[in-house]
Design a protein around this ligand. Structure first.
Ligand code: NDP
Length: 614
């Protein structure tokens, strides 16, 4: 097996993807499985390059001196030379000898090669420059990304050099410039550039407070769920009224655990049914694409049918409400056991199947974030299944159980208006998630984080038991909402939903097919990876318009609970914190992925989530 040629930390020349440009880069790591180097460009972009796309600086300098006399810039600087003369030809009017004539032929050949090279470089250069300028709305200004731009053994100074090269090769600058710009504004061009994915290497930057932070989260998350549910059970759930701790044995019931297992495996069976289309996920670092069956909505319909049958046979669904805490504890115990299983199996997983975010080498950190990216049993993808099925559909079932419990406890013939609002808003959210199930394949959860305690607990405990807090609260704390208030809250929810849905759809459609005619009116900044960054439409409004819509909806879900306690607002407060933190994580990843292009995007779209605020 060939050993690596370049060491970590070495400064070398790395080819810019899809181009003939070489930049100064620093080797940050090497993947001996995929034989790819992770290199960092001066603008912060990190890419994976093959050894053949990397050269040592010394060889570069050597070649540079050999051919320096024939570089376009040198040639054009000699005004006395006519255009018909070979730029590399020795001057001073000496007569040609035979060897000189051979040299001349070689030079001619070289010139032709260089001409096409320079043209290619020029097109690339102009394309990148002009596009970005245009999208930044700065038609006259020059981008400041030329600091380390070395174009095959020569440096080009943007404006001057382009002009010189244009003159030298008889290119009409204005028209051609415009034409080149047009060519590069075609979305197809960016499709043609093969994206280079980052190879999974050791996770160096630890999130969530590193080892200590993640260790604490493992205890803090279950404790928070326990606290919230205990608070909700109190008559006066004010912050200062700390709930008494329950007896340990009251938290566990094997029957409840059995019902939980039944639920989990029923959803697994629904997921395994050969109904629904099969789609491919985004390419993994190995280039492989996993297949996923999209049948969440069918699973939801089948679940609704099962619930209907249970209700028909008068099975008391409010059992869920009566044993809510025990269900939460069962789900927590199951998610802990699942996380242990996931970590143990990840130790045998091949290197390229480890998660970019959860491969630090620290047990506790990797256990929390998830060590393996896509753990599968055969074709059954555990993370994908848990993300949208048992927890998300379970949330709707819990809400329904709370609605029935409210009717039973308060002897109502109809659920309260507040309960109807909470149930319908959250039902819409879940159905939307299942309807657009495919979109989850491009989220950070699927592409970056592994499957560990964080997602297992989040999907199976946090989502169903914390997100249903408003409905649980309303059972014990009836709140009256007038019709006009209900109408206003509904409008708020619809506004949030509209922003959330259209922003997510815009980005997902753009990622799936940038050449989609429906997106023709949208502008984007090109990036070195081949993907563009939208700068008009929702993604030109703020950098995370989908988060904005989500937060507006979260507020609409809490408002039907009135203003007596802060407890039902826990969701919206927590959600803002979650999305602000998530936004920062995403921003960091995007900066690494897109480097300068991301900075330009941030300049163009300065607000992250809330326009004019944050
Ligand atoms: P997003 O859907 O916001 O995607 C972020 C990614 O989008 C970036 O990494 C980047 O990836 C791409 N991107 C960023 N800017 C642009 C741009 N200008 N043009 C094109 N692509 C861009 O990620 P999330 O997974 O965080 O969120 C998905 C949805 O899930 C959101 O609506 C969010 O509100 C919701 N959510 C809900 C939660 C809940 O508990 N209810 C929890 C977390 C999220 P790339 O360039 O690689 O494609």
């Amino acid at each position: 097996m060939p050993s690596r040629k370049f060491a970590d930390g070495e400064v070398v020349m790395g080819r810019w993807p899809g181009s003939v440009l070489y930049y100064e880069v620093q080797v940050t790591s090497y993947d001996d499985v995929a034989h790819l180097y992770t290199v960092k460009y001066k603008d912060g972009t990190e890419l994976a390059l093959k050894e053949s796309d990397i050269r040592s600086q010394s060889s570069f300098k050597h070649r540079k001196s050999q051919s320096s006399s024939s570089s376009p810039s040198r040639r054009s600087s000699s005004r006395s030379r006519s255009r018909s003369r070979s730029p590399g030809r020795p001057g001073k009017g000496r007569r040609r000898s035979a060897s000189q004539s051979r040299e001349h032929k070689d030079d001619k050949k070289k010139t032709i090669q260089e001409t096409s090279l320079a043209l290619a470089v020029l097109i690339l250069f102009l394309g990148c420059e002009n596009n970005t300028k245009r999208y930044n709305g700065e038609p006259e200004s020059t981008e400041k990304n030329d600091k380390s731009c070395i174009i095959l053994e020569q440096k080009l100074k943007p404006d001057l050099e382009i002009k010189r090269v244009l003159e030298q090769y008889s290119l009409r600058s204005r028209k051609e410039d415009k034409k080149t710009e047009e060519i590069f504004s075609e979305k197809k061009t960016f499709l043609a550039i093969k994206p280079i994915e980052k190879v999974p290497s050791k996770t160096k930057e630890l999130e969530f407070g590193g080892r200590i932070g993640t260790f604490m989260m493992i205890f803090l998350l279950p404790a928070t769920v326990l606290y919230l549910l205990l608070m909700c059970k109190q008559d006066d759930p004010s912050l200062l009224n700390f709930p008494p701790l329950p007896a340990l044995e009251s938290l566990w019931d094997w029957r409840v655990f059995g019902v939980f297992l039944l639920w989990f495996f029923l959803q697994a069976v629904f997921h395994l049914l050969p109904i629904g289309k099969v789609v491919e996920g985004l390419p993994l670092s190995s280039g492989k694409k996993l297949q996923y069956r999209i049948n969440g909505l069918y699973a939801f319909i089948l679940t609704a049918a099962v619930i209907g049958v249970l209700l028909y046979f008068q099975v008391e669904l409010h059992y869920l409400h009566d044993h809510f805490m025990q269900f939460a504890v069962s789900a927590a115990a199951f998610s802990l056991a699942l996380s242990i299983y996931l970590y143990v199996r990840s130790l045998k997983a091949p290197e390229e199947e480890l998660a970019p975010g959860g491969n630090s080498g620290y047990f506790i950190y990797d256990f929390f974030i998830g060590h393996e990216l896509n753990p599968r049993i055969g074709n059954f993808d555990l993370k994908y299944f848990c993300e949208l099925r048992p927890g998300l559909i379970g949330w709707v079932v819990i809400n329904l159980a709370m609605l029935l419990a409210e009717m039973k406890i308060h002897n109502l013939s109809m659920p309260s208006l507040s309960m109807i609002l909470v149930n319908s808003f959250q039902l819409l959210y879940v159905v939307d998630g299942l309807w657009n199930e495919e979109a989850i394949l491009t989220t950070m959860d699927i592409t970056h984080d592994g499957f560990g305690f964080m997602l297992a607990f989040g999907d199976l405990v946090w989502v169903p038991f914390v997100y249903s807090l408003q409905a649980y609260y309303l059972v014990g704390h009836p709140t009256t909402v007038t019709w006009p208030v209900a109408a206003a809250i509904t409008v708020l929810n619809c506004v949030g939903y509209y922003i959330f849905r259209s922003a997510n759809s815009q980005k997902n459609n753009f990622r799936r097919n940038p050449a989609d005619p429906k997106l023709a009116n949208l502008k984007f900044i090109p990036t070195a990876t081949g993907k563009g960054l939208l700068v008009t439409g929702w993604w030109g409004f703020v950098r995370h318009p989908n988060y904005l819509g989500d937060i507006i909806m979260a507020l609409a879900w809490s408002l039907p609970c009135g203003f007596n306690h802060i407890l039902p607002y826990f969701y919206v407060i927590y959600f803002i914190c979650l999305l602000v933190h998530r936004e920062a994580r995403d921003e960091h990843h995007c900066k690494q992925k897109y480097g300068l292009a991301w900075e330009r995007y941030c300049q163009r779209v300065p607000y992250r989530i809330f326009p004019y605020i944050y």
